[in-house]
Design a protein around this ligand. Structure first.
Ligand code: GLN
Length: 484
């Protein structure tokens, strides 16, 4: 049954072929069995999941169900879950039991999902490999010597290994799409503000966005139908009307115009990946799309701009973890300064400290204009590049990541190379645009993702194109050996 998609499980539950309790027990067994070798969960919610499942079975019987009622879904450990540990992958929050639900979690609970567990992640979502987690690295189920990507690596791993039919992630500079690409699943980063950030622990508030990580675009649509929408508790939440994200999945894509940015197919890209992406694009052409080359001239500047803006915002957001109001407190502090200093030294890992220091530096007087302000100007130019391009084409297509899953420890000593590998994902965050990564094939038995970037609030169109692509291809159906 774990080979099934969310949509198939929904039908099976609806027609009483299976109960939520049976389904949940099956997935819980898999989670416990495989978590030992994959390390993809920080917490498995055995008891509460079964309680939710039993309730869901009653709701199904009384006709009180939504399409997701009774389906297990894993939540990234960045989302506050009432009464459950919410660590954000950090020692700083190792003892934190959230006293409330994030809006995304609350909405999913109201829709009747079963929250099966909290997934491992890079500490405070900073990283591209899931190796910065206080709880240790997650393994990629396609090859356990490689990383699953990050920061939502635990979620991507869980879906790829079929330990849960779907999971949630967050994407500040690629953290839904890049792990989706490296693990062979589908990951949608919605438009900035489409999904509430309330209760989602902040990394870089002007870039962070939560979204679904699933086997298929159809499943992502089912989750978007639950989580999208305005939230008065999030001042940056968009008041834009919400779509029915599954209504247009089967629309024809005849005549859709796809832009291929010259800058996304340049030297930095592995030639085998480039070939697969070209094949994917040919597939879309067979379905009636037309393609043309476009320019996103400031792509090169997206990495330096992102790695100024994101650390700047993180240094401000993480100042709340002072060992007094929030977070780990050191033992026997000598005085207040010792308390701050040791609580933070002990509570934060190396990458988080690096980002806080960079962020504090670029915001300090004397350097603000040279770094932060300049980065904001570049951000504006990147937004304009996209506006210009999307005036001419409907969506932009290209690779999601510069490579396939890399070896554990390979990049940890070289943060700049790790940062560079985010080249194709950070721009969509800087511009606030929606983007999706879908499986496009394999290079040396490791998955490769194709990225589609759309105009603001055009998630439905992205899902439509992705769904038609998945109807015509089988890449998304592959399951790693040992997890079938
Ligand atoms: N890899 C990027 C970073 O480390 C993106 C992380 C994310 O999207 N959360 O900042």
């Amino acid at each position: 049954m774990h080979q099934s998609t969310l949509a198939q499980l929904s039908t099976a539950l609806e027609s009483n072929q299976i109960s939520s309790e049976e389904l949940t027990r099956h997935y819980l067994e898999r989670c416990k069995q495989f978590n030992k070798s994959l390390n993809c969960f920080i917490t498995i919610n055995e008891e509460s999941a079964l309680t939710q499942a039993k309730l869901a079975d009653i709701q199904r019987k009384t006709g009180d169900a939504t399409p997701l009622t009774g389906i297990p879904i894993a939540q990234k450990d960045i989302f506050c879950t009432n009464g459950v540990k919410t660590s954000c992958g950090s020692k700083m929050l190792d003892n934190f039991i959230a006293p409330y639900d994030a809006t995304l979690v609350r909405k999913m609970n109201l829709a009747g999902i079963v929250n099966i567990g909290k997934t491992n992640m890079d500490e405070f979502a900073m990283g591209s490999s899931n190796e910065t987690s206080f709880y240790g690295a997650v393994k990629n189920p396609w090859n356990k010597e490689t990383v699953p990507g990050g920061s939502s690596g635990g979620s991507a791993c869980v879906v790829a290994a079929r330990l849960s039919p779907a999971a949630t992630g967050t994407d500040t500079g690629g953290s839904i799409r890049q792990p989706a690409s490296l693990c062979g699943i589908t990951g949608l980063k919605p438009t900035y503000g489409r999904v509430s950030r309330y209760g989602m622990i902040a990394f870089a508030s002007s870039l962070d966005q939560g979204g679904p990580m699933t086997q298929t675009a159809e499943d992502a649509g089912l989750i978007m139908n639950v989580i999208a929408g305005f939230d008065e508790r999030d001042s940056t939440s968009a008041e834009h009307p919400v779509d029915d994200y599954t209504a247009r999945l089967n629309d024809s894509i005849e005549g859709i115009k796809i832009g291929l940015p010259k800058q996304y197919f340049s030297e930095g890209l592995d030639s085998n990946i480039a070939e697969l992406i070209q094949e994917g694009i040919k597939e879309l052409e067979k379905l009636g799309a037309t393609c043309k080359e476009i320019e996103l001239p400031n792509t090169e500047l997206s990495i330096p701009a992102y790695y100024v803006v994101a650390p700047a915002e993180c240094s401000s957001n993480l100042s709340r973890f002072d060992g007094v109001r929030f977070g780990h407190s050191c033992e026997n502090p000598r005085d207040l300064s010792d308390l701050y200093c040791r609580s933070r030294s002990e509570g934060f890992g190396k990458e988080v400290k690096r980002r806080i220091m960079i962020g504090t530096y670029v915001l300090s007087s004397g350097y603000y204009d040279a770094y932060y302000l300049k980065a904001q100007r570049i951000r504006h130019l990147i937004r304009l590049d996209f506006q210009k391009a999307l005036a001419d084409v409907d969506v932009i297509a290209g690779p999601t990541a510069t490579g396939t899953a890399f070896k554990l420890n390979e990049m940890m000593g070289d943060p700049v190379s790790m940062y560079r590998s985010d080249l194709y994902t950070v721009s969509a965050n800087l511009a606030g645009l929606p983007a999706i990564s879908i499986p496009a094939g394999f290079v040396n038995n490791l998955p490769v993702g194709m990225q589609l970037i759309g105009n603001y609030f055009e998630e439905s169109r992205l899902l439509n194109i992705a769904h038609r692509f998945q109807q015509a291809t089988d890449h998304h159906k592959a399951i790693p050996e040992g997890f079938e």
